[in-house]
Design a protein around this ligand. Structure first.
Ligand code: NAP
Length: 240
């Protein structure tokens, strides 16, 4: 039986590349999304990968969503915690809701998805969790105390959970992407983006596929001895 993977935020951007790459490698993939049903339908038509709608910031919705995927596709072997949002602003202008929403979705989503699946992975003696962090969680970023705190939290979450899975064949790792050419980055004003690109030693944005290939490696049996690690894929922007 093929391994079953859920990719949160798996219908667009980096998540779409991860979903497609895992499918090409023979995994059975379920792509989760939040609400953009039009993009999700187009994604399924393009890739043949089933899309499931729920909010990863909602604990019960994650338990129910994972149960639905397991009933349709089989026990969940792999979770890619990729769903993420930004609500940028300097601290003086950031509302508590902007803080809370980013923590609830970006960091809380990792907890919710792990709660739903980690026990089963341990019982079956094999599992992979890959959490998508960010260079801005490693280095900080002006106007992103919420996002940087959530992403930095993902890095700690990864290292702690890795210790709980290690004896049971379950690895937990993180990838910290630099600036990748997706809708999230298109939202950055062009003059700001030009300044960011000037600071990337390879001189360009990354491509979603370049993150997906890192994820695929961490999911493979070849990566069984890698756990609690943080793989930076950022064109040399931040050497951590
Ligand atoms: P994106 O293009 O904005 O796509 C976000 C995806 O996440 C969409 O599928 C979206 O679903 C889903 N999503 C958002 N909130 C969700 C929720 N509450 N529940 C379930 N799904 C949700 O983002 P991206 O640029 O590909 O980024 C993917 C991940 O990489 C994020 O965690 C981001 O922080 C991280 N990252 C990105 C960059 C970058 O440069 N792009 C750099 C570092 C880290 P809908 O389509 O339904 O909205």
């Amino acid at each position: 039986m093929t391994k079953v993977a859920i990719v949160t935020g798996g219908t667009r951007g980096i998540g779409e590349a991860i979903s497609s790459t895992l499918k090409e490698l023979g995994y059975t993939v379920a792509a989760n999304y939040a609400g953009n049903a039009e993009k999700a339908r187009a994604f399924t038509a393009r890739t043949g990968i089933a899309a499931f709608r729920w909010n990863v910031g909602d604990h019960q919705a994650c338990l129910d969503g994972c149960a639905e995927v397991a009933a349709k596709l089989g026990p969940i072997d792999i979770i890619i915690n990729n769903a993420g949002i930004t609500r940028d602003g300097v601290l003086a202008k950031m509302s508590f809701d902007d803080w809370n929403e980013v923590m609830r979705i970006n960091l809380g989503g990792c907890f919710n998805m792990a709660k739903a699946t980690f026990g089963g992975m341990r019982e079956r003696g094999w599992g992979r969790i890959v959490n998508i962090g960010s260079v801005n969680g490693q280095a900080g970023q002006y106007g992103q105390v919420n996002y940087a705190a959530a992403k930095s939290g993902i890095h700690g979450f990864t290292k702690a959970l890795a210790q709980e899975g290690a004896k049971y064949g379950v690895t937990v790792n993180a990838i910290a992407p630099g600036y990748i050419d997706t809708d999230m980055v298109s939202a950055v004003p062009a003059p700001v983006l030009d300044k960011i690109i000037d600071k990337i030693p390879v001189g360009r944005l990354g491509q979603a596929n370049e993150i997906a290939r890192g994820v695929a490696f961490l999911c493979s049996n070849d990566a069984a001895f890698i756990t609690g690690s943080m793989l930076s894929i950022n064109g040399g922007q931040h050497m951590y």
